[in-house]
Design a protein around this ligand. Structure first.
Ligand SMILES: Nc1ncnc2c1ncn2[C@@H]1O[C@H](COP(=O)(O)OP(=O)(O)OP(=O)(O)O)[C@@H](O)[C@H]1O
Length: 776
């Protein structure tokens, strides 16, 4: 069992005996499991162990724990938990933030591939019956199934693969990201200024060209050539320097903006509770943090600079054209609306295509990430072709979107070119008439034409910028969607970061308020700039009293409660064992205690304080969780052990490793404590990873310990040895041990048995020392 459950293994204590307790649910039966109402029972050792067996069908009895040497009958009375049979109201999640405006997933707007994900085509249905179709067809079917199941499981439709983020207006986008330009705005301004000065130089150069035409070429006077020629070279060099400065300043500002923006989005992501990630595909989030963020830079950073400089260029060249011949200039401007019309016709189509392209890009990243992360599974199950076909399928969708984008961009160029040619022909015609009537010289007409050569591309450039903005806006939509996501739980008020060494709570934004230690070992922070009252923060290391008071919980997007009427207390230093069949809600208890979710009813308390009233950071400082899957980072042994307490010195790290029985193997590694352990610690064995995780937990030294299936997959001797190590870790801490496997578990102070209401998920309680009270 793990916090992000992926397995659906059946509840089978003593599974090594080969007698599973309850029949494995068929796939068809599984949905029932998720909606089965749970009942919770809290027990203490029962003086009459035989009653446990009487509660279980004979076939279920797979072990007898009455012989357990740790058994301590009658050490505590049975405590009945509250079971109100209450079914909390389903919390509905708004589909979109109102600020996002229109929902682009209206049927007519759905991209073809998103529809395909929802409804299998008759073609695919017929393929499923075609045995000759081979692994590629299997792969396609698998892809469709994955997409469909992803949609069903994930709940929120807007996050299903291939679905496009809500559209946000450009103004909202600019408002959203403008603050990130603070500190680099001067660079953008410098970039704009240099670009405008470079354009002024171009205007001057064209003026010189007109002079040379009229004063040198038309009259044949070579002596008049050198002055303008020297000026041309000087201005040209200056223009080059200015262009370089503009490009460099803009790029530097853009990169700094990007860095800041990525930091902001990543920091925001880390404030979101794990359910956000459970409902989304990692690869898609990665695409939003990389490609989509770059698109925003093109919109808010360099894009804005280009818009300003292109507009400034258009104004300058127009002014110069007016200066030469106002009537010709008027003819020129009469054609401008044509450019705008052409560009307008393309922008909305391009934005749609870009949105699809970005969405497909995210889906493709997800497939790559999943496949590569699970390579050993892929290879062991010979699913390489299937994975390749999944990627191919997503790549094909990406290709379609990209081709649409390319087609629109490629069409825009010639369409603008036609308009430009029409304009030029009109200018030449009117110019010839003006020369014939003596109002214009040839030099004047050539200079005018040269300005046009700059002017029309700037008009065309403005049109292209509109297209780029549309395309970049599609990326911005996806990033804004992430930034507007709110965590499922929030702190009492923002800014209380954690209780410091001396019990002070640091406020991130303002000076810390008055802090006073109370007799109960808590620290009260007076929020001096808020009227909301006191914020209660546990001391840096609380005592570790955990209480669940009549707790009920329903996952968002689920209708039936996972937990209902759960009450228990774990006093400081006590061991509470939580058991029950797969899917009963054991890990959910850990999630509630860590405040990944808030209960739908009831309270969870730490040292007598409702955990909703304390900053999550302080709460989590007091809890260490050891999961079934030991989560390690691609870093050194030393960094991994010190992950929960980075300030620990090497002596402390080594002491923790010795207690966790890890020091021996660590010293055999090539670089000892400085050996990198590979992606997710894959260069170590499973047992070694487990010892590292235990050392990490020991070093963290939190008063509350959650052990979530710590012995899964271990053989009996290893499990016994690991339990021995865990007992060292449990010493002096409040421990909540979540397990199916009660073989090596020491005598608990209390048992919690989560039991679903309906068969076939009957719990085998024969292995328990006592008879848990099951309330219904
Ligand atoms: N993020 C989630 N969103 C919706 N439902 C969830 C989520 N996580 C778990 N569930 C559902 O809640 C129920 C309890 O899950 P939980 O992981 O707590 O069970 P468990 O008792 O720990 O199971 P196991 O022993 O198999 O790990 C299951 O039916 C599961 O499908």
């Amino acid at each position: 069992m793990e916090l992000n459950p992926s397995s659906d293994e059946e509840y089978a204590p003593h599974a090594d005996t080969g007698h599973p307790v309850s029949p494995a649910p068929t796939p068809a039966a599984r949905p029932g499991k998720t909606t089965t109402e749970r009942r919770a029972a809290i027990t203490t050792p029962d003086p009459n162990p035989t009653s446990a067996a009487s509660d279980t069908s004979p076939g279920d009895a797979v072990g007898d724990h009455t012989a357990d040497p740790h058994h301590d009958p009658g050490s505590e009375d049975t405590v009945e938990i509250i079971r109100p049979g209450h079914r909390p109201r389903r919390r509905s999640r708004p589909r979109h933030d109102a600020a996002f405006g229109e929902d682009v997933r209206r049927p007519g707007n759905d991209p073809p591939w998103s529809r395909q994900n929802v409804t299998p085509s008759p073609e695919s249905a017929s393929r499923s019956g075609d045995g000759a179709a081979g692994s590629r067809d299997d792969a396609l079917r698998f892809t469709e199934n994955v997409s469909r199941s992803g949609e069903n499981a994930s709940g929120p439709e807007d996050e299903a693969p291939g679905v496009i983020a809500p559209i946000v207006s450009i103004r909202t986008t600019l408002r959203e990201f403008w603050p990130q330009t603070r500190g680099v705005r001067w660079l953008f301004v410098a970039g704009v200024a240099a670009a405008v000065l470079a354009a002024v130089c171009e205007v001057g150069v064209i003026g010189l060209f007109g002079r040379i035409t009229d004063e040198v070429l038309a009259s044949g006077k070579l002596s008049a050539f050198w002055g303008p020629a020297g000026a041309w070279v000087g201005i040209g060099v200056l223009a080059g320097l200015l262009s370089f400065s503009s490009a460099y300043a803009t790029a530097l500002a853009g990169e700094r903006f990007l860095l800041r923006l990525r930091d902001r989005v990543f920091a925001h992501l880390q404030t979101l509770t794990p359910d956000y990630f459970e409902n989304r595909r990692l690869g898609d989030l990665m695409a939003r943090l990389t490609d989509d963020i770059e698109a925003i830079e093109e919109l808010v950073g360099s894009g804005l600079v280009r818009i300003i400089t292109t507009t400034a260029g258009a104004v300058l060249f127009s002014g110069a054209a007016f200066f030469i011949r106002w009537d010709l200039a008027l003819v020129t401007f009469a054609m401008v609306p044509l450019f705008l019309l052409v560009s307008k016709g393309f922008t909305s189509r391009l934005r749609n295509a870009s949105a699809r392209e970005r969405s497909s890009n995210g889906a493709m990243n997800s497939v790559i990430e999943e496949s590569l992360a699970n390579q050993s599974l892929v290879q062991a199950y010979n699913r390489q072709e299937v994975e390749a076909a999944r990627l191919h399928e997503e790549g094909r969708k990406w290709l379609l979107a990209n081709v649409t984008q390319a087609r629109l961009s490629a069409l825009y160029g010639p369409a603008a070119q036609i308009v430009e040619t029409l304009c030029l022909l009109m200018i030449i015609g009117v110019g010839a008439w003006e020369i014939a009537s003596g109002r214009l010289t040839i030099g004047g007409l050539l200079a005018f034409a040269a300005y046009l050569a700059y002017l029309y591309p700037t008009f065309q450039g403005l049109g292209e910028l509109a297209l780029n903005v549309s395309s970049a806006a599609a990326g911005a939509d996806r990033v804004i969607e992430v930034l507007h996501a709110t965590p499922a739980v929030t702190d009492p008020y923002d800014g209380v970061s954690e209780a410091g060494e001396n019990g002070r709570a640091d406020k991130g934004t303002a000076a810390a308020g008055a802090v006073s230690a109370t007799a109960s070992g808590r620290t009260t922070v007076q929020a001096d700039d808020r009227a909301s009252g006191d914020i209660v923060v546990p001391t840096p290391r609380g005592r570790g009293r955990v209480e669940f008071e009549n707790v009920a919980f329903t996952y968002p997007d689920r209708t039936r409660p996972t937990l209902s009427g759960l009450s228990f207390t774990a006093a400081p230093g006590e061991l509470v064992v939580c058991t029950g069949p797969s899917g009963a809600g054991k890990t959910t208890i850990a999630k509630l205690l860590l405040r990944f979710y808030d209960p739908t009813a009831g309270r969870v308390l730490l040292d007598g304080v409702d955990i909703r009233e304390m900053p999550r950071r302080s709460l989590r400082e007091n809890i260490t969780i050891l999961q079934q899957e030991n989560l390690l980072f691609s870093a050194t042994v030393r960094d991994n052990i010190a992950y929960g307490r980075p300030e620990a010195d090497l002596d402390e790290i080594v002491r923790a490793a010795i207690t966790a029985d890890a020091d021996g193997f660590i010293r055999t590694l090539p670089e000892g404590y400085d050996t990198p352990i590979g992606q997710r610690g894959r260069l170590l064995s499973g047992g070694q990873r487990q010892r590292l995780a235990i050392a990490r937990a020991i070093l963290r030294d939190a008063p509350v310990l959650i052990l979530d299936e710590p012995m899964t997959g271990l053989d009996a001797p290893t499990a016994a040895r690991i339990m021995e190590l865990l007992q060292r870790l449990m010493a002096g801490r409040t421990t909540i041990l979540i397990t199916h496997d009660l073989r090596h578990v020491p005598t608990p102070s209390r048992n919690i048995v989560l039991e679903p209401a309906h068969p076939p998920f009957a719990v085998d309680r024969s292995h328990l020392d006592d008879d848990p009270v099951v309330l219904s």
